[in-house]
Design a protein around this ligand. Structure first.
Ligand SMILES: C[S@@+](CC[C@H](N)C(=O)[O-])C[C@H]1O[C@@H](n2cnc3c(N)ncnc32)[C@H](O)[C@@H]1O
Length: 276
């Protein structure tokens, strides 16, 4: 694209972002632009659309089309036991402390299609804590939340997920947790009996409870600094004193306004504990 075409494309995308906010209430103004531009271009290609104007027409006349667009912009890629050392560290450094509490509240923010949620539930189950834990699984995208609730994943991933489960310190036969059925597997619904699935937008919604552990991985990388800062304050408001925040390898509290209030539990996996 020539520089002037590039500039026009960016201006049109900015106008579109404003219109989406007005029409649908989703605020993407704080999303990192490089990723938004790349994804919109890809979406135009996939749908064989020639211009932002053409995209606009579909977005505002077809809510199903908008849901597909939302899926593209919000990036739902996920895995079970993604970065297994993160889970191993939760198991070794966090759950033993939480096990001394009578009741545990966990927030899985940006849970996508549920692979992270089921991994957390399995961890809690194996440490004998699932029965007294309530997990709030939230995401901006209602479609992925519906999938998360079902706990059905493609069988083609199971070899990799099984290895990751053992690398995360898995204690049982992983196959105990699911039943296979024609190319897919369904995880036992008992794992999510204490889970509340809830649409929540980290860009605009407020704190809704107090938690002992918040896990939010591979979400903030898509936000600009100002929106990341908003979300860090939201998490800070939502954590009890001495609560844990698990961000994973890609994000850090380092430059944020709340970093002084937190200490590292695991520097590599960016697991923090709020000071008392
Ligand atoms: C790349 S996935 C990460 C999933 C999972 N946490 C993991 O690490 O495997 C990012 C998720 O964040 C969600 N998301 C994006 N923007 C959001 C927002 N403003 N509020 C809540 N969730 C959001 C997306 O819908 C998507 O499901």
């Amino acid at each position: 694209m020539k520089p002037e075409q590039e500039e026009l494309f960016e201006q049109e995308v900015e106008a579109l972002i404003k219109e989406i906010h007005t029409q649908y209430g989703y605020d993407f103004s704080g999303y990192a632009r490089a990723s938004v531009y790349r994804r919109i271009r890809r979406f135009l290609g996939q749908k064989h659309l020639q211009s932002i104007e053409e995209l606009r027409r579909f977005l505002f006349t077809d809510s199903f089309f908008f849901e597909n667009f939302l899926q593209e912009i919000t990036v739902n890629v996920t895995e079970m036991f993604r970065d297994p050392t993160f889970y191993k560290s939760l198991r070794e450094n966090v759950l033993p402390i939480l096990s001394t509490y009578p009741f545990i509240k966990v927030w899985d923010a940006g849970c996508s299609t549920g692979e992270e949620l089921f991994s957390l539930a399995i961890l809690l189950e194996e440490e004998g804590l699932l029965g007294r834990t309530k997990i709030y699984a939230t995401d901006i995208n209602q479609k992925v939340l519906r999938q998360a609730k079902e706990g059905i994943f493609s069988a083609s991933h199971m070899a990799a997920y099984t290895s990751a489960y053992y690398a995360a310190g898995g204690k049982r036969d992983f196959a105990e947790y699911y039943t296979s059925n024609y190319g897919s597997v369904k995880f036992n619904s008992s794992l999510v009996r204490n889970v509340v699935f809830y649409p929540h937008n980290l860009a605009t919604d407020s704190s809704f409870n107090e938690f002992h552990l918040i896990v939010c991985r591979n979400v903030l990388i898509y936000f600009n600094r100002a929106l990341q800062e908003r979300v860090y304050h939201l998490f800070d408001e939502s954590l009890v004193s001495l609560g844990y925040l698990g961000l994973g390898k890609k994000e850090t509290l380092a430059m944020s306004g709340i970093s002084d209030k937190y200490s590292f539990v695991d520097k590599n996996n960016r697991i923090y504990r709020k000071n008392s």
